[in-house]
Design a protein around this ligand. Structure first.
Ligand SMILES: *[C@@H]1O[C@H](CO)[C@@H](O)[C@H](O)[C@H]1NC(C)=O
Ligand SMILES: *[C@@H]1O[C@H](CO)[C@@H](O)[C@H](O)[C@H]1NC(C)=O
Ligand SMILES: *[C@@H]1O[C@H](CO)[C@@H](O)[C@H](O)[C@H]1NC(C)=O
Ligand SMILES: *[C@@H]1O[C@H](CO)[C@@H](O)[C@H](O)[C@H]1NC(C)=O
Length: 491
């Protein structure tokens, strides 16, 4: 499939030059249509934002905020208080902070903080929080949150757009609202691959997890209720495809906006990286530093990683001599990694500024996750830091992140396969790794910055928002916007 895709798109590119090669490209296929749409966009030929088949992040939007600012309602189960929050909450924070900084009026409907703590304040952004007591199961209490929403919708002006992170707002309330978008960070269909992997790795005495039997029913349930949401944002290319094909949601209601992280925090800085290495005790003789980060639990593949490292250190004298591993994060496998000796340095959980230094200090970032849900932020942080990445062959990872060997390495969720990658990484060495790191960073700067993500959401929100009172003469669903001033698109 991959080679076909490359061949097909190669021919498409070529067909512009030669009508003879065009003959070979007579079989239209989805990847090529995607490529064709991207090419149209690159040539600034008008396209429809809603129908764009690939990630909106790759379009170039104006850096200036639009003249029309939106009143946005966000429904999210929990608001992150610390940097350790999971992907969904971090996405909510990164995105809506960026939107607020661009001048949009953001209202967050979420559960109150533990022990009723006050919500944080952020530089250069005003977010209005409307906390409610959680439901008995710990979810957003729909009736209470909706009542808050109704009050705010009747105060000042009504909301232009409603955004729900996953099922923050349940489909019963979301149905029939046309100016609404739901972002998905892990759908049941995606999880089936993880279920297969985790069951294969189950010990002989471990019972099969009961969720396995229920998963298919869960997928079918999702296929039934997802269409009640007017618009869908897939956070990876793979999920976009599944929503259109398996969940059968009309294509013009499925939009791909891949996750972004703050590019001003995660960027290369060799000097800071070198200082960090010295501080945590990596000796000058180390020729290769591998980084692991995140929650150090079984689901994230750490038992496999542990075993692969253990064997590599035992089998290969060169590995033992030259390779150091930095482990950032929290969880039971942190203390196990310490058993591997002085080549493995366990750092514990790191706050964002320290974590940014950690990425700057490593030669390759390795994530053996067994959970294929959403688009993992840690890979993106590493890429923006100029670090090549290695990860498990899940569709979201190979489809959006490690799309080629020029960016990094992929392996199967098996000890042997991870070990092979470790040896390949060692064999490639620093020079090759830093070249891959550069490619990874360029891709991330193009697609995975918080700025690109926020600009893409902003345009989608402008496009789907209702504006009965505003006589809006700009069709925000068109790309590029229709007028140019002084050679610059201005909104
Ligand atoms: C498309 O528009 C952008 C932004 O105005 C500009 O930088 C780029 O050169 C244009 N591309 C073409 C092919 O005209
Ligand atoms: C939190 O504070 C609000 C407003 O002061 C109050 O209504 C609510 O009952 C409090 N919740 C808890 C769990 O104390
Ligand atoms: C918000 O208020 C506007 C104006 O009254 C109304 O048209 C709209 O239906 C309300 N939105 C929701 C989701 O109730
Ligand atoms: C949504 O619209 C359908 C068809 O127009 C209608 O039958 C249904 O009652 C509406 N649901 C809500 C929650 O308003």
């Amino acid at each position: 499939m991959k080679s076909f895709y490359q061949l097909c798109c190669f021919l498409f590119g070529f067909s512009v030059l030669s009508s003879i090669t065009f003959v070979f490209w007579s079989q239209p296929s989805p990847p090529c249509n995607t490529e064709a749409a991207i090419n149209l966009a690159k040539q600034n030929k008008s396209i429809d934002i809603l129908a764009f088949p690939s990630s909106l992040n790759q379009l170039s939007f104006s850096a200036k905020p639009p003249p029309r600012l939106l009143k946005v309602a966000l429904f999210v189960k929990r608001w992150p208080q610390r940097n350790l929050a999971g992907g969904l909450e971090r996405h909510a924070l990164t995105l809506h902070l960026a939107l607020a900084r661009r001048g949009h009026d953001i209202h967050v409907f979420t559960t109150e903080l533990p022990s009723n703590a006050t919500f944080p304040r952020y530089d250069g952004a005003v977010l209005s929080f409307h906390p409610t007591q959680p439901s008995p199961a710990g979810y957003l209490n729909q009736a209470l949150a909706w009542e808050q929403f109704r009050i705010q919708n009747a105060t000042g002006r009504p909301f232009d757009v409603i955004h729900t992170e996953s099922v923050g707002l349940l489909h019963g309330r979301a149905r029939n609202i046309t100016n609404l978008a739901a972002s998905w960070h892990g759908i049941a269909y995606e999880t089936i691959h993880s279920d297969v992997v985790q069951d294969l790795l189950r010990g002989p005495d471990e019972p099969r997890r009961s969720i396995i039997a229920e998963r298919l029913a869960k997928v079918i349930e999702e296929v039934k209720f997802f269409p009640h949401y007017a618009h869908h944002v897939a956070t990876s290319d793979h999920v976009g495809d599944v929503l259109k094909r398996v969940y059968m949601i009309p294509e013009e209601r499925v939009h791909i906006i891949v996750n972004g992280v703050d590019e001003s925090v995660y960027r290369p800085d060799p000097k800071v990286g070198e200082e960090f290495r010295r501080k945590v005790g990596v000796p000058k003789s180390a020729s290769l530093v591998i980084g692991l980060a995140g929650r150090l639990v079984k689901d994230k593949g750490h038992p496999l990683m542990f075993e692969a490292l253990k064997q590599a250190f035992m089998e290969e004298e060169g590995f033992q001599r030259e390779v150091f591993v930095l482990v950032a994060g929290d969880g039971p496998w942190g203390s196990r990694y310490k058993e591997l000796g002085e080549n493995v340095i366990v750092l514990g959980p790191l706050e964002q500024t320290e974590l940014a230094k950690f990425y700057k200090s490593i030669d390759v970032y390795l994530n053996p996750t067994l959970r294929a849900q959403g688009l993992d932020h840690t890979f993106i942080e590493a890429m923006l830091s100029g670090v090549p990445i290695a990860g498990t062959r899940f569709a979201s990872i190979t489809g959006s992140l490690i799309v080629g060997s020029d960016i990094g390495y992929t392996f199967l969720p098996k000890v042997e396969s991870i070990k092979e990658s470790l040896y390949k990484i060692m064999g490639d060495g620093k020079r090759v790794l830093s070249r891959k790191g550069e490619v990874a960073r360029n891709r991330a700067l193009h697609l995975f910055t918080a700025t690109q993500m926020a600009a893409a959401y902003e345009r989608l929100f402008l496009c789907i928002s209702k504006s009965p009172a505003v006589k809006d003469y700009v069709d925000y669903c068109k790309y590029p916007l229709p007028w140019v001033s002084g050679g610059q698109r201005t909104y």
